[in-house]
Design a protein around this ligand. Structure first.
Ligand code: PEP
Ligand code: MN
Length: 338
């Protein structure tokens, strides 16, 4: 971190400020006295340094971070890719492509079990399904809740597919004990209390990007989980808010290589929520794989027009089969190039 001091700063003020930085943050401070201003360079772990607080001090002209504020999620300190082992056949981040597929909401045993069988047949290696649903309207279907979790476990038993489902409250963590991957939805990306509690578990976490969150904010949310000791974090790009309203959100394809560069964590892409339209799922899924995603999460429903949530973006099992074939073929072709 570089701090430029105002020309009006007195030697006593500079000495006091330097001492404060050393004692409060445990950093060492290098000082350069230029003709017009004095510059301080902070060396050491500056993650604890509140740059806004520093900027607000009387003698400070400007502050610039030269190192990212996230450490555990940072590739600089962990150059090799993180691989998250879910079971004997599913390791995410090892260079293979995994598809999590299933309905937006779990609706009934017949629905979830049939969809699980269908998507498995098409090559999906994980089953998704919401039991606790964060809906924009309080009058919309809120999910089957605990019963939904039980039905997901039934579908897992029938197919062997590990399950991915969304948590909304800290008090539900015990209920999610037997879930394979816990999803933190876009709306909860900055629910820091939830992130801290999930950091105390060792469960794989699928952390979706907030609707209007920057890449750095998203990585800082991953850092919250990892700071508690849980390094099993996957980042999920699910589209962000832009001025474009043709699509539900705008898929930020560039986030995929950017995250890969900045972090060692696996990247999963959700083309369903990114577009809101089933016919856009295939091209966005292809773009995500081409850009280096480790996995996809795709909504599939046996009867999209009658789905209790997100029918417009849901693929039928037959449509999903086509998309899965294409993305696996693309992945294989890309692997040949390497
Ligand atoms: C979902 O996966 O069904 C969901 C609600 O996703 P998001 O949090 O990305 O909106
Ligand atoms: Mn959904």
């Amino acid at each position: 971190m570089i701090i430029v001091l105002k020309t009006s700063a007195t030697p006593e003020q500079i000495a006091g400020f330097t001492e404060m930085l050393k004692t409060n943050y445990g950093v060492s401070v290098n000082r350069w006295d230029g003709v017009h201003s004095t510059v301080l360079g902070l060396i050491g772990d500056t993650t604890q340094v509140d740059s806004e607080f520093i900027d607000a001090q009387d003698i400070v002209e400007s502050v610039k971070r030269v190192q990212e504020p996230y450490k555990k999620a940072n590739r600089k300190f962990h150059p090799e890719n993180t691989v998250i082992k879910i079971n004997d056949t599913v390791s995410i981040g090892d260079g293979s492509l995994h598809i999590m597929a299933g309905p937006c909401s779990v609706e009934s045993e017949a629905q979830i079990v049939q969809i699980a069988k269908d998507v498995k047949q098409s090559g999906a290696t994980l089953l998704r399904g919401g039991a606790f649903k964060p809906r924009t309207s309080p009058y919309a279907f809120q999910g089957l809740k605990a019963e939904g979790l039980d039905l997901l476990k039934t579908a897992r038993k029938e197919t062997g597919l590990p399950i991915v489902t969304e948590i909304m409250r800290v008090s539900h963590i015990d209920m999610f004990e037997n879930v394979d991957i816990i999803q933190v939805g876009a709306r909860n990306m900055q629910n820091f209390e939830l992130l801290k509690e999930l950091g105390k578990t060792r469960k794989p976490i699928l952390l979706k990007r907030g609707l209007s969150s920057t890449i750095e904010e998203w990585l800082m949310s991953a850092e919250y989980i990892m700071a508690g000791g849980n390094n099993n974090v996957m980042l999920c790009e699910r589209g962000i808010r832009t001025y474009e309203n043709f699509t539900r959100n705008t898929l930020d394809v560039s986030a995929i290589p950017i995250i890969k560069k900045l972090s060692h964590l696996p990247v999963i892409v959700d083309p369903s929520h990114a577009s809101g339209k089933s016919w856009l799922v295939e091209p966005l899924a292809m773009a995500a794989v081409a850009a280096g995603a480790d996995g996809l999460i795709i909504e599939v429903h046996n009867d999209p027009p009658h789905a209790l949530s997100d029918g417009a973006q849901s693929l039928t099992p037959a449509q999903f089969d086509k998309v899965a074939k294409k993305v696996f073929a693309l992945k294989a072709a890309l692997a040949e190039q390497q």
